[in-house]
Ligand binder design. Structure first.
Ligand code: PMP
Length: 380
């Protein structure tokens, strides 16, 4: 759209940084206008250039506790959390990871003990994010092992509970369910951002995980961060990342820093709509469209979501999760298979610890794909 808009606009060529040969324009005029136009253009706000001679070292900041964390990325993380009001970062340890997936593994490592005679149990209430069991068990670690549904956990043994809020796959807001003194809790807050749900208070848990995959959608950058209270836990998590990947890509961190900066700027510039308000508006539209299609065809039901005042936007905000969690109402036993027959690809509830009547459908795909989804659901 930006390209189209500019191509019918006399300033379009200002967008092309190397086009300096216009007759009749003095350079100063041009460069001021280039700057003005570039600043208005979201693509440039989020563009970085890294030359071949830059960012070669393993180290980002040898004085920092997390020596592989780029200082400007750390600054942007703190700035954004302050602006949004969704997490406390003051006096906390900040650790960057190759996606929050790596940090999740680091958290399991940090809470396990090499001297224990048994692996520590990892639990999460159903329906849980389908990667947790896989990640916990894939390497058959002697340190930790997947132990299933937290709501039915009754072993008299130490445990790690993963609390995902809003939850993947069903979008519900969650709290720990085991609540025993011999347990650790990892809060996966990948979706605690204003486009998905009301921000009701700054989260202040012992260990919180965030990711650009869900805050801005840059899953391909593989960047996540952990906010940790306890120094010992933070040190063990850092150790895990040192051993597994000797740090985290600088290119990705620098790009993520630039993107977070643009997002924060959009929240402060009153003349523009903020990134999150835009996201929330689009999610609201999509959810309204999906809900009416689901009601009409009558085959599936969706969870109900609450509305709360969002401290970030100041308006009542309903939770609009990144996934629709459909449950078949009647005869359909295997919803994934049924929908596949109608060219709709979903993830079965069986991967999330519940029945095959449930499926998870992404609400974040491109507009054309989302339109097709609604069309195909209407035709069932
Ligand atoms: N946690 C949750 C709850 C998720 O839904 C996802 C992505 N599907 C992740 C973590 C993974 O995040 P990342 O891309 O940062 O590894």
């Amino acid at each position: 759209n930006v390209t189209k808009k500019h191509s019918s606009d006399s300033v379009i060529n200002l967008d092309q940084e190397n086009n300096w040969n216009w007759p009749g324009l003095n350079l100063q005029w041009r460069s001021n206008n280039v700057r003005r136009v570039l600043a208005k253009d979201g693509r440039q706000k989020c563009t970085i250039t890294i030359s071949g001679y830059q960012s070669l070292s393993y180290f980002s900041d040898v004085k920092n506790f997390c020596w592989f964390l780029e200082p400007e990325f750390a600054e942007e993380i703190k700035r954004l959390h302050k602006l949004v009001g969704n997490a406390v970062t003051d006096d906390r340890y900040l650790i960057v990871g190759t996606g929050s997936t790596q940090l999740f593994q680091a958290a399991l490592y940090a809470h396990s003990s090499p001297d224990a005679h048994k692996p520590i149990n990892v639990v999460s209430a159903v329906p849980y994010y389908s990667c947790y069991p896989t990640v916990a068990d894939y390497l058959k670690s002697g340190l930790y092992k997947w132990a299933g549904d937290a709501s039915t956990y009754d072993k008299d043994e130490p445990y790690i509970e993963v609390v995902t809020s809003p939850n993947n796959p069903d979008g519900r807001l969650r709290e720990p369910v085991v609540n025993r003194s011999d347990g650790f809790v990892v809060h996966d807050l990948a979706y605690y951002w204003p486009q998905y749900t009301a921000i009701t208070s700054p989260a202040d848990h012992d260990l919180m995980l965030f990711t650009v995959s869900k805050s801005t959608g840059h899953a391909g950058s593989r960047i996540g961060w952990a906010i940790v209270k306890d120094k010992n836990v933070a040190e063990k998590m850092r150790k895990y990342i040192e051993i597994s990947t000797i740090g985290v890509s600088k290119e990705s961190q620098l790009r993520a820093a630039k993107i977070l900066r643009a997002v924060s700027d959009s929240c402060q510039d009153l003349s523009d709509e903020s990134f999150f308000n835009y996201g929330r508006r689009r999610m609201t539209e999509r959810w309204e469209r999906l809900t009416s299609v689901i009601k009409l065809n009558g085959l599936f039901s969706l969870p109900e979501y609450s509305t709360e005042i969002c401290n970030f936007s100041g308006v009542p905000t309903k939770t609009h999760p990144a996934f629709a969690w459909l449950q078949s109402k009647g005869m359909i036993e295997d919803s994934e298979n049924f929908l596949k027959g109608h060219k709709i690809l979903t993830r079965s509830g069986k991967h999330c610890g519940v029945s095959t009547k449930y499926v998870r459908v992404s609400m974040l795909d491109r507009e054309g794909t989302f339109d097709l989804l609604l069309e195909r659901l209407s035709n069932l």
